[in-house]
Design a protein around this ligand. Structure first.
Ligand code: SF4
Length: 410
């Protein structure tokens, strides 16, 4: 069934910034009987994930018909799995809880529009060997696994993660490494998936060692949501292993300040103490974080966790995600509410991954109003307009149209 994009704006009832920025433990919720040792064991968390309707009905009274329908269909599209510690962040009295919307499937996922795709970033078309995406000249995406600790309902790679739709992802590390070794232009390798931190320490160490041994690989990155979904996995042993491979950057993925619990903050602190540079990627999601107050609290709270907000992604055109996609207009309004209104380090880059494989395109509210050979007209975060005299070598990169008029101030 096709549907038009919904452009309506965010919930008007944002909690206060102070409340959003408080750190709380995820607590034990409906698992009070579990021993401390088990609760803190990441393998126990994985083994006890919420994965089916019977469990969910028991743990979350008041499941909506929309959610019930979604859970029943999940195993044919993108599996449902929620770690107990992340499950505890759900507000059971709020059917529109921003945590709940991210991980509990809804029947709306079966609504697909003609412009939606199963591979919106065109990764498969840029894959020289299975599990490797070479889209940009000097860097590659190295897909390590199709498993995650929990599954995000808007996942760009839902075609392959969880293997619910039979993609049969088979990474071939030898071939992936061989391609990188024989391609000297590649200086940056991003491990992703699925979640690379689900690999055992030994397997991950072996993979990082082999990549580090390639002379032209200057820089390694890991994209992971494990510190959020499964902070117990960030053990001192894992951090000690990772620190051998500097420069190593880790990009986490957080969408709402409530995800930053005391356990998550401590796990991120362990990574930062191991000298790992931490950045965050968020996806702009309707009724999750398409709200100025929520997004500002998130980016400020990330800095308190020693994480630099890096990207806000416009939600990709993944099939069945219309109910979660916020408009680009909302994204621009949110960017405008951040730039100049909070610490520059807290302001991420807003990007749209151009549909079909065009790569990331930065989008930003307009601060340059006009420009010619002798002046640049700019506006600041308060909307005040200024002229800056252009330097002598400032011949415009493009010739402004003769009919050009400065855009109206927002
Ligand atoms: S953790 Fe990342 S790869 Fe896994 S489901 Fe979520 S967005 Fe997709």
């Amino acid at each position: 069934m096709s549907q038009q994009p919904d452009d309506s704006s965010c919930s008007p009832h944002s909690p206060s910034p102070e409340r959003l920025k408080q750190f709380h433990s995820a607590g034990r919720g409906p698992w009070p009987h579990v021993s401390d040792a088990d609760w803190r064991d990441w393998r126990w968390q994985l083994k006890n994930r919420v994965t089916n309707l019977a469990q969910l009905e028991k743990l979350l009274p008041g499941l909506t018909d929309e959610e019930r329908a979604g859970v029943q269909l999940a195993d044919t599209k993108l599996a449902m799995a929620i770690t107990p510690c992340f499950f505890n962040l759900i507000d059971r009295d709020d059917a529109n809880c921003p945590i709940r919307r991210q991980v509990i499937p809804r029947g709306e996922e079966t609504n697909t529009a003609p412009w939606e795709m199963s591979d919106p970033c065109g990764e498969d078309a840029h894959s020289p060997v299975p599990g490797l995406v070479h889209r940009y000249p000097d860097r590659v995406l190295f897909l390590v696994t199709d498993r995650c600790a929990s599954y995000c309902r808007y996942c760009t790679r839902s075609r392959l993660v969880s293997n619910a739709s039979g993609y049969d992802f088979q990474p071939q590390f030898d071939k992936q490494i061989e391609y990188i070794a024989k391609t000297p232009a590649i200086r940056d390798v991003l491990l992703s998936g699925g979640d690379p931190l689900l690999l055992s320490d030994e397997k991950l160490e072996n993979l990082l060692s082999r990549l580090r041994a390639i002379p032209h690989v200057e820089f390694l990155r890991i994209g992971t949501r494990i510190p959020i979904f499964l902070p117990q996995r960030i053990t001192p042993e894992l951090c000690a292993m990772l620190r051998q491979f500097h420069p190593l950057f880790v990009s986490i993925h957080t969408n709402h300040p409530r995800e930053l619990t005391t356990e998550v903050r401590d796990a991120l602190g362990r990574l930062a103490d191991a000298g790992i540079q931490l950045g965050n990627q968020s996806v702009l999601l309707r009724h999750v974080n398409d709200d100025e107050v929520v997004m500002k609290a998130l980016v400020q709270k990330l800095l308190m966790c020693r994480v630099r907000p890096y990207y806000i992604y416009q939600c990709d055109l993944i099939a069945g995600s219309a109910h979660l996609r916020a408009s680009v207009r909302r994204g621009l309004e949110i960017m405008q509410s951040l730039r100049g209104h909070t610490t520059g380090y807290a302001v991420p880059q807003y990007v749209i991954d151009a549909p079909g494989g065009g790569g990331k395109v930065p989008v930003s509210p307009a601060y340059v109003l006009s420009r010619n050979h002798d002046r640049v007209v700019i506006r600041n975060f308060e909307g005040k307009v200024f002229e800056y005299p252009e330097a002598r070598d400032g011949t415009p990169l493009y010739k402004p149209s003769e009919n050009f008029t400065a855009p109206e101030l927002v």
